[in-house]
Design a protein. Structure first.
Length: 132
């Protein structure tokens, strides 16, 4: 699947998340982070994201936090453009998405894989150790 991945986030989180994922997966193509920085208006952030969406027609948008400005902008843009949104992005789900997107042809199945990985990637190491 030739899906674009966009990460909408507060601060430089998305840019650093991509760098971290690439340490594990190698170069990830068709990915871009949009950072909401201090002093940036919602309109400016919206315009930055919309200009890329017009060019690339992305299919998957990852947001750092549900209900924050980045996810609200993603939801506003989803009324105009056809893409899927997942909130709560973490490193495990980005790696899964980068790898699975190469072999998956169905966006819904890809989203389900990524969502499952995200949920399964949260652990309390103390509880794991105690259960062994």
């Amino acid at each position: 699947m030739d899906a674009y991945i966009y990460i909408l986030n507060h601060g430089k989180f998305g840019e650093e998340l991509i760098k971290s994922a690439e340490l594990i997966t190698g170069k990830i193509d068709k990915i871009k982070a949009f950072s909401l920085l201090p002093g940036m208006s919602i309109e400016e952030f919206y315009d930055n994201v919309q200009s890329a969406i017009k060019e690339d027609s992305p299919s998957i948008v990852l947001c750092d936090l549900y209900g924050g400005t980045p996810s609200n902008v993603a939801m506003m843009l989803s009324a105009k453009y056809d893409f899927s949104i997942i909130c709560g992005v973490n490193l495990a789900m980005l790696i899964e998405l980068a790898i699975a997107r190469e072999n998956e042809t169905n966006v819904d199945e890809l989203i389900n894989k990524v969502f499952k990985t995200a949920k399964e990637s949260v652990y309390l190491p103390k509880n794991i150790k105690e259960s062994e």
